[in-house]
Design a binder for this molecule. Structure first.
Ligand SMILES: *Cc1c(COP(=O)(O)O)cnc(C)c1O
Length: 462
């Protein structure tokens, strides 16, 4: 399979090159030249597979002949061996609703599903083709810990994660700083998340530094993250339909950067019988407004009870625009130029009709998020994390929609206590966390200081 950029400036590169490139060198997002299409007979077969075997079948057409099948099997098996549930992403029924639990990985949030595989894949490609990778990123919470757990202890990879000192939740901070592997480097910067992100951007824009230190990113723009997230849509469909290709299933997806719900969109384009895809947002409703009006307009960012969804511009949205504009990269560039110049873009009435056929969307307030946690708990004893609660509330009129449960509730116990007056018990991966030893540097929110720290660290690191 070959890949190209949504902006047309990168064409016909292979799978391994697309993985290592991350963001397209023209600033666009990488997408495959074509998608495999699974017919009824193939769907019936896929429906019977365990999660890992399904992942291999779904990855194989995208990998092509670049990785031998036995190696791909090994990568997939190792990636999901650390999940605490034998089904990896089990369905759970509570209060008449199905939840697809994506939080049984090492950091108790759905980003593990993709990042455990991406970390192993990075290591495999670097060992095979030579080279090294120094991952640099800023986090306000979930992504940082999932990225660290994805690459801890891996050969030829170091990871530097900046977080704003004292401004991430105690559990999230501990999840990151208690990883003591020699290739993991946490930096608490004195400042806000925006300050930390500015430092990271400055260092990526220093092309000489970027090349010399082999900088790479693990944000949600890497194609493999999307690919890995298609697996659980197929898996859930298989468990519900028992392979009946006439059985269509709806999903409600707590959405921030549009990676997770876009994976559902792709699964449908590959032939999966998906009825309705609901984009569930919190008060940061740029995507809901787009589905309602066809206008995608930047607003201010509000802090909510579902912080992993507090975003303004959804980084994977460009991939959807590419498909919406019938894979016309010039049309994508024109829309993005509008967004750049005027802070918004707008699609015409016929395209809007397509958008509304592809997605439903609903924004959910913090008050309704708490009400949902309370109601679900009262009805069934099941405790939702606030992101999952947004997904359940957005699907209120669709009782049969599967809600993607994106984090374990114990990661967000402040919201949980506010809703039901007690905390959710921690899963094994979060137990004893606050007693563990930690390692973390503390620096000013200054690109020069962080660059110097990286230089010093890398001269002694493995
Ligand atoms: C990242 C995250 C989301 C949002 O997913 P996107 O792919 O960015 O849309 C939702 N819930 C939780 C718990 C997350 O960590």
């Amino acid at each position: 399979m070959k890949y190209l950029s949504t902006r047309g400036g990168v064409t016909s590169i292979g799978f391994a090159e697309a993985v290592m490139m991350g963001l397209g060198t023209d600033g666009g997002l990488l997408v495959p030249e074509s998608l495999p299409r699974f017919g009824p007979d193939r769907l019936r077969e896929l429906a019977t597979l365990r999660f890992q075997d399904l992942a291999v079948e779904l990855f194989a057409p995208f990998v092509g002949d670049e990785i031998p099948r036995a190696d791909l099997v090994d990568l997939v098996e190792r990636s999901y061996a650390g999940f605490s549930h034998p089904e990896v992403t089990p369905l759970h029924e509570a209060g008449g609703r199905r939840y697809l639990e994506l939080f049984h990985g090492p950091t108790a949030a759905f980003k593990d599903v993709a990042l455990q595989f991406l970390g192993n894949l990075f290591e495999y490609l670097l060992q095979r083709d030579g080279g090294e990778l120094n991952i640099l990123g800023a986090t306000s919470g979930d992504t940082g810990s999932a990225a660290i757990y994805g690459v801890r202890g891996k050969q030829r990879i170091n990871i530097f994660i900046l977080h704003p000192k004292g401004r991430v939740s105690p559990i999230q901070e501990r999840q990151m700083t208690s990883v003591l592997d020699a290739n993991v480097h946490n930096i608490a910067v004195r400042g806000t998340f925006d300050d930390a992100q500015r430092v990271v951007k400055t260092l990526f824009n220093d092309l000489d530094f970027k090349r010399r230190y082999h900088l790479g990113a693990v944000n949600s723009i890497n194609w493999v993250r999307i690919l890995a997230q298609t697996v659980y849509y197929f898996y859930a469909w298989g468990r519900i339909s028992h392979g009946d290709p006439e059985r269509r299933v709806s999903f409600s997806v707590p959405t921030g950067n549009f990676g997770d719900v876009f994976a559902g969109f792709l699964a449908r384009r590959m032939g999966l019988p998906v009825e309705r895809l609901i984009i569930a947002t919190n008060r940061n409703d740029i995507l809901t407004r787009f589905v309602d009006t066809g206008s995608y307009a930047k607003g201010e960012v509000f802090h909510t009870l579902s912080p992993a969804m507090d975003i303004q511009i959804a980084s994977n949205f460009e991939r959807y625009l590419y498909y919406l504009m019938d894979q016309d990269t010039a049309a994508v560039r024109a829309l993005l130029a509008d967004l750049e110049q005027h802070g918004r873009l707008r699609v015409g009435a016929d395209r809007l009709q397509q958008v509304q056929a592809d997605f439903a969307a609903r924004a959910v307030s913090d008050a309704d998020t708490l009400a949902q946690i309370r109601e679900t708990h009262a009805a069934s004893g099941y405790i939702l994390c606030p992101h999952t609660a947004v997904g359940a509330r957005a699907a209120a009129d669709h009782a049969d929609a599967v809600v993607l449960a994106t984090a374990h509730p114990a990661k967000f116990n402040e919201a949980v206590s506010e809703a039901i007056g007690r905390e959710a018990p921690p899963p094994p991966s979060l137990q004893g966390l606050m007693d563990k030893a930690t390692r973390c540097a503390e620096l000013d929110a200054d690109a020069g200081a962080v660059a110097e720290h990286m230089r010093a660290t890398l001269t002694v690191a493995p």
